[in-house]
Structures are given as structure tokens and as C-alpha cells.
Design a protein around this ligand. Structure first.
Ligand SMILES: [Zn+2]
Length: 72
């Protein structure tokens, strides 16, 4: 009996901060400058208390926000 290999969906690497996609697999909002991304991150902190970092995306060359990784 042969087993078929299922193709894995590896479009979005999980757990990495520098991603173009959210965990849900949808593209993140992109900002043209780090300053714009940081002001959006600050807004998110004000509204939700979410600590977000900003990073340059290799995929779309814009800036995204991402959850700060804790390395204990
Ligand atoms: Zn991107």
C-alpha cells in the first residue's frame, strides 16, 4: 500500500517576527517608512497595550509591525 505524500503548506513560516504575513496568513499592513510603522505601533500600544516592534520586510520592502519576541 502506497501512501501519498501531502504537500506541506509552508507559505508563512510560523513564529518568525520578520514576516510579511500574519499568523492567519493574511498580508500585514505595510508602511513606507520606519517612522510610520513606529507611530502605528505606538497607537497599537495605546489602544491594546500591545508591545510591537517594527522591521523591514524582505518581501515587499516596506515596514511592518510584529510582536516582540521574548527570549528567556
Ligand atoms: Zn512585507
Amino acid at each position: 500500500m502506497k501512501r501519498r505524500r501531502r504537500p506541506h503548506a509552508h507559505n508563512n513560516a510560523p513564529g518568525r517576527m520578520a514576516s510579511h504575513f500574519t499568523r492567519e496568513g493574511t498580508p500585514k499592513n505595510g508602511y513606507r517608512t520606519n517612522a510610520e510603522a513606529q507611530s502605528a505601533a505606538q497607537l497599537a500600544w495605546t489602544l491594546n497595550g500591545a508591545e510591537l516592534d517594527t522591521y523591514r520586510c524582505d518581501y515587499c520592502h516596506q515596514w511592518h509591525m510584529g510582536k516582540r519576541l521574548r527570549e528567556d
